[in-house]
Design a protein around this ligand. Structure first.
Ligand SMILES: NC(=O)c1ccc[n+]([C@@H]2O[C@H](COP(=O)([O-])OP(=O)(O)OC[C@H]3O[C@@H](n4cnc5c(N)ncnc54)[C@H](OP(=O)(O)O)[C@@H]3O)[C@@H](O)[C@H]2O)c1
Length: 287
């Protein structure tokens, strides 16, 4: 049995499906049971409720589990503390292996959520557990958040400049690689960067979106101060707003992309390109 923490989010749901495709038994560990029917329909053998601050309950959710796949909620200010409790619970439950969903370039201190993941990776070196660390770059699926403005206004609007180079990875490739790592021996002690090797400017992304949608599309860089006002008005917590602002600044200054070799090796084929993902997803972009 494989336990997945943070299983109700987009990464967790996709991983549940990828494991079901390999006929592996997955137990989804969630904060709220509201999504349990969906998780079961995606292939979860089991759905159990446990909060990240309740070590005893986490430990009982790991009973009979061989490996824990730990996904921390996105932009959580207490990511290292959460990971420490997940590790403690795994040890209490007698689980000897953990796979951690990190991020590409956790070494970047200028991006606080990356640096938090670096601290978790450092912790894993010291636990005595067999660990594997996966470091995906930004998902192509993040583009779906921009679709309302793209489809309604014909504008691809992001809070960084058009020259910003970002390489995105298909979440389906990330979870296919994760499912392989979870269901095979031989990945202990590994740290895998998961990227597809592309690094497009936002002008290039705009062109690819326009081609896929077969409509003219304009690029617009929204000032970060305006983005922050809007994000706060929409209820995004302060830590997430300030952290995302620092991420956007970093992206604009240095870009963010990675090499495809490791992911291609894990998949046994080249990873999806932005064009191939857009082609596959065309039906869900503008409904
Ligand atoms: N998105 C990317 O491009 C990307 C790239 C690389 C790495 N990552 C990493 O992937 C991880 C997951 O990201 P995601 O986008 O899949 O997340 P997500 O869709 O936002 O899912 C987060 C999940 O965590 C749960 N959650 C939120 N706050 C919680 C809390 N305080 N206690 C317990 N559960 C809580 C949510 O539960 P509810 O459904 O109940 O709200 C949701 O199921 C993050 O660590 C992120 O840094 C993301």
């Amino acid at each position: 049995m494989i336990a997945i923490t943070g299983a109700g989010g987009k990464t967790g749901r996709a991983l549940v499906q990828a494991l079901a495709r390999r006929s592996a038994q997955a137990r989804a560990v969630v904060r709220s049971m509201a999504g349990s029917a969906l998780l079961r329909s995606l292939g979860a053998a089991d759905v159990v409720q446990a909060e990240f601050d309740d070590v005893a309950r986490l430990a009982s959710s790991f009973a009979g589990v061989e490996v824990v796949y730990h996904i921390c909620p996105n932009m959580h200010p207490a990511e290292p503390e959460i990971a420490a409790r997940v590790v403690e619970a795994a040890q209490l439950a007698g689980v000897s292996r953990i796979v951690y969903h990190s991020v590409l370039h956790p070494q970047v201190e200028a991006m606080p959520h990356h640096w938090q993941k670096m601290r978790v990776e450092e912790l894993l070196f010291t636990t005595g557990l067999d660990y594997t660390i996966l470091q995906p770059t930004a998902y192509m699926q993040n583009l779906l958040a921009y679709m309302p403005a793209i489809c309604a206004e014909g504008v691809y609007r992001v809070p960084y400049a058009g020259h910003t180079r970002i390489g995105m990875v298909d979440l389906e490739d990330v979870v296919a690689a994760a499912a392989r790592v979870l269901t095979e021996a031989g990945h202990e002690g590994a740290i895998y960067e998961l990227a597809n090797g592309e690094a497009f400017t936002q002008a290039e992304v705009t062109q690819r979106l326009a081609d896929a949608l077969d409509r003219p599309l304009r690029f617009d860089s929204v000032p970060r101060a305006d983005w922050a006002v809007n994000a706060r008005a929409n209820g995004l917590p302060t830590y997430a707003v300030t952290t995302l602002l620092r991420m956007f600044e970093y992206y604009e200054m240095y870009g963010f992309w990675g090499n495809a070799t490791v992911l291609a090796g894990l998949l046994g084929r080249p990873p999806a390109t932005l064009n191939s993902w857009l082609l596959r997803s065309r039906g869900e972009l503008c409904r």
